[in-house]
Design a protein around this ligand. Sequence first.
Ligand code: ZN
Length: 210
Amino acid sequence: MKNANPRDLTSPDQAVAGVIALAHHAGAKNWIPATSGNFSVRIDATDCAITASGSDKTKLTADGVIRAPFAGGTHPRQSAEAPLHYLMYRLSPTIGAVTHVHAQPAVLASLALAKDSRVRIEGLELLKAFSGVNTHETHLDVPVFDNEQDMEALAARVETRLKADGLGWGFLLAGHGIYAWGKDVAEALRHLDAFDYLFTLMLKLRGVPA
Ligand SMILES: [Zn+2]
């Protein structure tokens, strides 16, 4: 596939390679059991490369990645959770990659550490892993949403809250998993790794084995 549009932020081939890299990283960390999880990378102002429904992403190849319109419309092979990826690209042109995993520390944190529909992370050095954070002397409130099978309804709830509270770098779905993003694949991976480490540490501090 050749990148014919000079305005593309990322060539389609690069985007597919990025999706595969994200999926393989998550698979190596055991974050996406039983065909769960999905990953996407922005191509341009209207489309992203995203994992198709159902496949085992730990062994993802280009066949399991589709080009889908996030600005409107659907793709016949898109996963049920694709609307949440599409939402993030619509919310900010600075978001270049979106990840969703079912990592156990994130699921545990969403249930055991949530208070007032958020998990507060504070006082930990690795908060500096998040883009724009320069000190550990801060706190990060990660939104927690009730899980929901109607993804369009969930996306509407997420949109309302993130527009009001700010985008941040991720949110939790209670008893389900985490969405995390970044300006590109490398930043999305760094944020996802940081969330995993910080939730694991917070759970240990609160006596919840992770
Ligand atoms: Zn999920």
